[in-house]
Design a protein around this ligand. Structure first.
Ligand code: IPM
Ligand code: MG
Length: 355
């Protein structure tokens, strides 16, 4: 029996995980899965005064995988840092040691015109971001805003040790071997010492174990430009926590919509699966969100936590066919767009047909 914990979170998180539940219910007929659903993020703050309760963290620890919706919203923005919904997410990632965040950004042919880039530039783009997720500036100490001599000073610390870099680099190279055999590592080694260490360690890992894989190093500023200039030449992009956060939103947009991008966070025995998009408070509650990123995240869950590659492929194919048939949500289409739940139903009916 595999245990999956569902944390819908806030805003459109609830709507998109609802659509995932339809897909899970279908596969429950043939795969033994136990589902538990809990409050997380702002919803948990409202009920319990904190974004991630001990009880929910314990349940996550006992699960094989966690499927997340999204967290955050204007209601909780003014809270102190440690009590914000986002803090719950960071704690969950850290406690579950999900240090490698995998974010595949692929252009679905049917959506080529949804990209903000010209068709001939974006055609064939298939980028796989491997983002370090439990270190770097997100977690570095000390961190503060304090008053020094009547002036407020704020600081965060970008810090990595060589093991943290090497383990995520290993994952990036392994993934590249199963794809187009190329890794582009992003850093800012021309200015930051910690990023020189990043570059050195990535180079060592490559030299010791992965000489068959092509390795390219780019400074993050140059990379931000190159991914929109020549997106189809990238394969795996390896980056630290902050640079990976930024570049993955950029890649999402060039592949069509942030509403399409799934993610998996792996490392230890529990995986966390979440759409790259946030809680989108501006459209929450209207049933117009795109559930595809969440459904593709669920597909990744089947692959990386349950070792069911065939189910992953089937869900991905069902999404492709739904798009090929012309169905669109508002973020990727113009007229006759589907609601969030209608899109979920269309995908489910294709899953049923294909299985
Ligand atoms: C992401 C999000 C999160 C992050 C936020 C919500 C804390 O932007 O998963 O990309 O910065 O990691
Ligand atoms: Mg982000």
């Amino acid at each position: 029996m595999k245990k999956i914990l569902i944390l819908p979170g806030d805003g459109i998180g609830k709507e998109v995980t609802n659509e995932c539940m339809k897909v899970i219910d279908f596969f429950k007929k043939s795969i033994e899965i136990e589902i538990t659903e809990e409050l997380f993020g702002g919803a948990s703050i409202d009920a319990h005064g904190q974004p991630l309760t001990k009880d929910v963290l314990d349940k996550a620890m006992e699960s094989d995988a966690v499927l997340l919706g999204a967290v955050g919203g204007p209601k909780w923005e003014e809270l102190e840092h440690n009590l914000k919904p986002e803090k719950g997410l960071l704690t969950l990632r850290k406690e579950l040691e999900a240090f490698a965040n995998l974010r595949p950004g692929k252009v679905f042919p049917a959506l080529i015109n949804a990209s903000s880039l010209k068709k001939d530039i974006v055609e064939g783009t298939d980028i796989f971001v491997v983002r370090e997720l439990t270190g770097g500036i997100y977690f570095g100490e000390p961190r503060y805003v304090k008053n020094v001599g009547g002036k407020r000073i704020g600081a965060n610390n970008l810090i990595y040790n060589e093991d943290e870099i090497a383990r995520v680099a290993n994952i990036a190279f392994e993934i590249a071997r199963k794809r187009k055999n190329k890794v582009t590592s992003l850093d800012k080694a021309n200015v930051l010492e910690v990023m020189q260490l990043w570059r050195d360690v990535v180079t060592e890992v490559h030299k010791n174990n992965f000489q068959d894989v092509e390795l390219e190093h780019l400074y993050i500023d140059n990379a931000a430009m190159q991914v929109i200039k020549r997106p189809s030449t990238f394969d795996v992009i390896l980056a630290g926590n902050l640079f990976g956060d930024i570049i993955s939103d950029e890649i999402a947009e060039l592949t069509g919509s942030l509403g399409m991008l799934p993610s998996a966070s792996i490392g230890s025995k529990h995986g966390i699966y979440e759409p790259v998009h946030g809680s989108a408070p501006d459209i929450a509650g209207q049933n117009i969100a795109n559930p595809i990123a969440a459904i593709l995240s669920l597909a990744m869950l089947f692959k990386y936590s349950l070792n069911l590659d065939s189910v992953h492929d089937l869900i991905e194919k069902a999404v492709s066919e739904t798009l090929n048939a012309g169905f669109r949500t508002k973020d990727i289409g113009y007229d006759n767009t589907l609601t969030c739940s209608e899109m979920g139903d269309e995908i489910l009916s294709n899953i049923v047909k294909l299985s």
